[in-house]
Every structure is written in structure tokens, then in C-alpha cells.
Ligand binder design. Structure first.
Ligand code: OGA
Ligand code: ZN
Ligand code: ZN
Length: 375
């Protein structure tokens, strides 16, 4: 998009884009974003502090350069700033870009999937897979070598594995006397893993090594789609779940992990940022008495929404399949399986969410650069 007009306007800079839309940036915002060599180290890091800037920077002059970028001369400062049109477009404060996510239900036709050997080898394939994972809050990788420990290798390749009291990775396998229902043959309702940790793991990986037992199909529900449904049907219940914290706990002989967090989190504009839902480790609420019944009513409704069959993706992981999920969005579960009639063995690990996002941005840069060079 090109800037066709740029002029000073009460306390800032107003611009009109080639599509007719307009933008406005307050002077202090622009002055703080100056990227000149006095303001930024070659690393890109800022060299001045906010207290070094004039409280009310004044724009003296704005000039459009032949390349379409803007030059701003500041009054009383002997300072000139250049702003790339692309940068300004990306930071259009009047109409912030919509969140690049897509809500889904059981009818999601194409699973966001990728072929691991291609993803591991080719940056463009990896980027395509990461974009799809990011949009849906989960992604499947096929043809991952069926080798114990592989899940952590993939985790370290996409981001950084976070070691917990379960180790660098953990086995999901039916064992006698387990400390966690995951290690039985019981079905598991959809949940976020480990909401009793602070922070809750951002991403969970589950790699299927063996799947011979009848049952044990995987379930996935878009927690964000469920939360939006609650917001639509019962806004006051939605609000209660964003405000009132629930307790989560996991305790065995070595650990006693406890947190207090709302089931639904939103940012300052009301956009969903996280869902924490886990029936097994939910440990009640400790809140003023008058909030208890309304909260439980909201909790029940939210749980009912998440149980609607039209929300539930059901598929079967085969050996070599690896599921990567945004743990605070894509809620996962499984149907029961019969451990007497066959084996089932998954391995899992946790990765921080920011690592995958960083990887995606780095790949976007790399791929754009390669495409520009090829032209
Ligand atoms: C888990 C889990 C699902 C499965 O271990 O956290 O939810 O398919 N497992 O066994
Ligand atoms: Zn500067
Ligand atoms: Zn789980």
C-alpha cells in the first residue's frame, strides 16, 4: 500500500493510503519509533530512554520521499526521522489488523498437516506448516520417525523443550498405579495440559509410537471457538470466567504444583488469549461466597459448549504422527482404549509458544529474501 498524502494534524501525522483509508500517529509515538543511528544501535535496540524525549514532540515538516517513505523533521531538536511506508502500514493504529486465526469445529475439512521430512528439510514447507499451525492453534506432522525421544528432537527443532517434573519428555502409556489419569486406559475429556504450572505450557507435542489397541482415538476442540460461543450466548458468564480465578493442582510424592488462573483470558481489547480447562486437575474456587453459584453456572455452560459434538474433531493417530497443539487454545483428549487387546504408546513434551512464533517470523524473512533474490 502506498501513502498518497501525509500532513501534520493536531499533535501528530495524518496519512491517506492509496486505497483511500486514513491513518493517524501521535507525535510521541512517531518520535519514539525513530530508527535513525542516534536512536538505535545497529542491533536495532533503542539507545535513548523515554525520559530523554521531549514530552510533546513537535513536527516541523513532513516530506514524502521518492521511495514513498516519510521524512519527519522535528521542531527544536535538530532531529530527522525516516519512516518506511510498510512499517507505518503495519502499525495502523486506527484499524489494528485482525487476529490472524481461524476458529474451527468438527467440520474442519483439511487438517493442518505437514510431512515431517519436508518440513525439516525445506524452509518453505516448514513456514507453510507453521502458518497453518498458527492459524488453527494446532498442526499435525506426518512421517516423523517412530523412535523414542523423537518428540523432544522435533520440539527442540521447532522451539525449546521445557523440562518439567515429568522430565524432558514423558510417556503416555497405561501403567499400574499411575500418578496421572493420562497413564491409564481411560478416556480423557478435552483439556489443556498442566494448567497447574506457572506459566502453563504454551505448546504440547504428542508423538504416536504404537497404536494397536482398540479405541484411543484423539479428540480436539477449539477452546477459543467455545469461548466465543459462551461470549455470544451469555456475556455475563463469559465475563465471570475471565475475572474469577480457578485453582488447579497436581500433587504426587515429589511435586505439589498449584496455580490460580481464570478459565478464559482476554487482552485489553477483549480478544481471547488463553483457555485453561482441565477437569482432572481443577481444584475448586476460593472466592467470595456470592460468586460461587454464578461461577459454577458459567463453568457448567462452558463445559457443555465444549462437549458439543459439532465442536469435536476426532481422528486416530498412527505411528509416526505427531500432534503439535497450542495448549491454551486447542483442547485435546482421547477416547478410552482396551489395553488388554493391544498396546498404545505416545510420547509427549512441552515447548514454549514464543519459540514457534519466532521461528515462523525468521522463516518469513528467509523465504521473502530467497523469493526476492530469485526474481
Ligand atoms: C496427555 C493426553 C492424550 C492421549 O497425556 O496429556 O491428553 O491421546 N493424552 O493419550
Ligand atoms: Zn532518531
Ligand atoms: Zn493431555
Amino acid at each position: 500500500m502506498r501513502i498518497v498524502l501525509a500532513e501534520p494534524e493536531k499533535g501528530g501525522l495524518a496519512a491517506t493510503w492509496s486505497d483511500g483509508t486514513t491513518s493517524f500517529w501521535p507525535a510521541i509515538w512517531l518520535r519514539d519509533q525513530c530508527a535513525c543511528p542516534q536512536c538505535r544501535h545497529p542491533s536495532g535496540q533503542r539507545l535513548f530512554e523515554i525520559v530523554d524525549l521531549p514530552e510533546q514532540p513537535q513536527i516541523e515538516r513532513i516530506a514524502m520521499q521518492t521511495d514513498g517513505n516519510l521524512r519527519v523533521t522535528w521542531k527544536g531538536e535538530e532531529h530527522v526521522s525516516t519512516y518506511l511506508a510498510a512499517f507505518l502500514y503495519e502499525h495502523n493504529l486506527k484499524t489494528p489488523p485482525a487476529a490472524p486465526i481461524r476458529l474451527w469445529g468438527a467440520d474442519l475439512a483439511d487438517l493442518p498437516e505437514g510431512d515431517w521430512p519436508a518440513v525439516a528439510r525445506d524452509p518453505e514447507s516448514e513456514l507453510r506448516w507453521l502458518e497453518s499451525y498458527h492459524k488453527h492453534g494446532f498442526g499435525l506432522l506426518r512421517n516423523v520417525p517412530v523412535r523414542p525421544g523423537m518428540v523432544a528432537e522435533v520440539g527442540d527443532r521447532l522451539g525449546f523443550v521445557r523440562t518439567t517434573n515429568y522430565g524432558k519428555l514423558f510417556d503416555v502409556i497405561s501403567v499400574p498405579d499411575p500418578n496421572n489419569l493420562a497413564n491409564t486406559a481411560l478416556g480423557l475429556g478435552v483439556h489443556s495440559d498442566n494448567p497447574y504450572r506457572d506459566p502453563t505450557p504454551g505448546v504440547q507435542l504428542l508423538h504416536c509410537l504404537v497404536s494397536d489397541a482398540p479405541g484411543g482415538d484423539s479428540l480436539l476442540v477449539d477452546g477459543f471457538a467455545g469461548a466465543e460461543q459462551l461470549r455470544q450466548w451469555a456475556p455475563e458468564q463469559f465475563e465471570l470466567l475471565t475475572r474469577v480465578p480457578a485453582n488447579f493442582r497436581f500433587a504426587d510424592k515429589d511435586a505439589d504444583l498449584q496455580t490460580r488462573t481464570p478459565l478464559i483470558s482476554v487482552d485489553f481489547e477483549g480478544r481471547l488469549t488463553a483457555v485453561h480447562f482441565n477437569n482432572r486437575s481443577f481444584a475448586g474456587i476460593d472466592v467470595p461466597v456470592e460468586l460461587v453459584e454464578p461461577w459454577y453456572e458459567a463453568y457448567r455452560n462452558f463445559a457443555q459448549i465444549l462437549k458439543q459434538p459439532e465442536r469435536e474433531l476426532i481422528f486416530r493417530l498412527a505411528p509416526g504422527d505427531l500432534l503439535v497443539m497450542q495448549n491454551e487454545r486447542a483442547l485435546h483428549g482421547r477416547t478410552a482404549f482396551d489395553a488388554n487387546l493391544g498396546r498404545r504408546h505416545l510420547q509427549g513434551c512441552y515447548v514454549d509458544k514464543d519459540g514457534l512464533e519466532s521461528r515462523m517470523r525468521v522463516l518469513r524473512r528467509q523465504v521473502a529474501k530467497a523469493q526476492a533474490a530469485a526474481q
